[in-house]
Design a protein around this ligand. Sequence first.
Ligand code: NAP
Length: 266
Amino acid sequence: MEKIKVAVSGAYGRMGREVCNAILDEEDLELVAAFDLCGEHEDIGEMLGKKPLGISIDRLTRSSLEKAQPGVIVDFTTPMAVINNIELALQCGVRPVVGTTGITQVDLSRIEQQVESSGLSAIIAPNFALGAVLMMKFASIAARYFPQAEIIELHHDQKIDAPSGTALKTANIIIDSREEDPPEKEELIKLTGARGAVQDKIHIHSVRLSGLVAHQEVIFGGVGQTLTIRHDSIDRKSFMPGVIFAVKKAVTMKGLVYGLENLLEW
Ligand code: NAP
C-alpha cells in the first residue's frame, strides 16, 4: 500500500512537534517535509531528539511545497499565518488538515470556495481531541433542556487567541440547539469584562495560566440545578488520534469539513 505523504507546517511549535512524532509512528504515513519560521535548516529528526531523518526544517513557500509534493499538509501555526498557508496548499494541489485556531467565519466561507474550486478536500477542526468533541455533543443535548449556559475555557499562557476556537464553536452549537433564548436582564457591570465576552448571547470566560494545557467547562443553569460538562486535555498527545484520523480521511474525500464531529459516526 502506498504511504500518504504528509508535511507539517508549524513543525517547530508545541503542537507541530507532537504531530511530527505521531506521523513518524504511523506505518501508512510518511513525513516528507517540515515547515516553520523557526529552526530553519535543522534536521527534523534531531529536533525531535531522534536520529537524523534527512528532512530539514524549511520556510513554507510555493517552491518548497512543490518540491516536497505531500498529499496532505497539517497546519498548527498562528491565526496570522494559517489563511495564506491554506491558500498556498490548495493552489499546489495539497489537502490541508488544520488545527490552528482563530479562523473567522468570513475566512471559512472563502476557504470553502477555494476548496470547491480546487476539487480537493480540507479539514479544519478547532479541537482534535475526541473528548472535546464529545463535550460539544453533550452540550448540544443539554442546551435543549437547560435555558442558560456559560463557558469557561482555560489554556496555557502562550496561547495568543482568545476566546478559544472550541469555546466559540461550543457557543454556536448551544445556540443552534436551543429551543428559545433565556430572557435578557439588565446587569450592573462594575468592571468591564467581568461577565466575560459574549458570542451569540453566550458568555465566554477565558483563563490563561502557565501549567494549563487546554480545558473547558460548559455550565448549564436550570431551575434549582446546574449541569457542568468539563473536558481536560492534560497532554498535547490527546489531539493526535484526531489529527491522524483526519489526515487519513482527507485523502478519501472532497470538500471542506469544519469540525472533527462531522467526520465521526454518531
Ligand atoms: P506554537 O508553539 O507557537 O507553534 C506555532 C509554530 O508555527 C511556531 O513555531 C511559529 O513560528 C510557526 N509559524 C508561524 N507562522 C508560520 C508560517 N507562516 N509557516 C510555518 N510556520 C509558522 O503554537 P502551538 O501551541 O503549537 O499552537 C499552534 C496552533 O494550534 C494555535 O492556533 C493553537 O490554538 C492551535 N491548537 C489547536 C488544537 C486543535 O486541536 N485544533 C490543539 C492545540 C492547539 P514563530 O514562533 O516564529 O511564530
